[in-house]
Ligand binder design. Structure first.
Ligand code: ZN
Ligand code: ZN
Length: 146
């Protein structure tokens, strides 16, 4: 049996089960995104992503439907039940970002940082010490809490 700390593989899918994925790799990163676009897309206070190389994600069952939320940004979802499934965009070429609560075992993948913290809903925060980046967390974007 795999120990709980083994993050080298994962499975998951949408709420109705029509769309399923399998990953056989470690995540590249795991982060809470507080940007308005991700929050609006999910209807939630925060969108928590787990990032993989696109080649490491196999869509095992069904097909995603895509919505281009801004030029070059493809948001995949299940057309049957509406569950957001993936984010793929020109800003992160070759990456597929999955949503943490579509994972079968989200407990194994604790987020490591917060991005677009400056767009956070005023009343929302989480109880952790993970770095909080005002924007993307790229070079030069220093966390506000460290
Ligand atoms: Zn579905
Ligand atoms: Zn976002």
């Amino acid at each position: 049996m795999m120990p709980d700390t083994d993050r080298s593989g994962a499975t998951g899918g949408c709420l109705c089960g029509a769309v399923r994925f399998e990953v056989q790799a470690e995540p590249m990163w795991i982060a809470h995104c507080h940007c308005h676009s991700c929050r609006h897309n999910t209807g939630s206070a925060v969108a928590t992503f787990i990032g993989y190389r696109m080649d490491d994600v196999r869509w095992a069952k069904g097909e995603r439907t895509f919505f281009e939320s801004s030029p070059g940004v493809k948001r995949g979802f299940c057309a049957t039940c509406g569950t957001p499934m993936s984010y793929e965009g020109d800003r992160a070429p070759g990456e597929t970002h999955l949503y943490i609560s579509t994972m079968d075992e989200p407990d194994k993948f604790p987020p490591r940082n917060h991005v677009f913290f400056e767009e956070k809903i005023a009343w929302f925060d989480t109880d952790d010490d993970a770095p909080r980046y005002p924007r993307s967390g790229d070079a030069g974007d220093l966390p506000v809490n460290q």
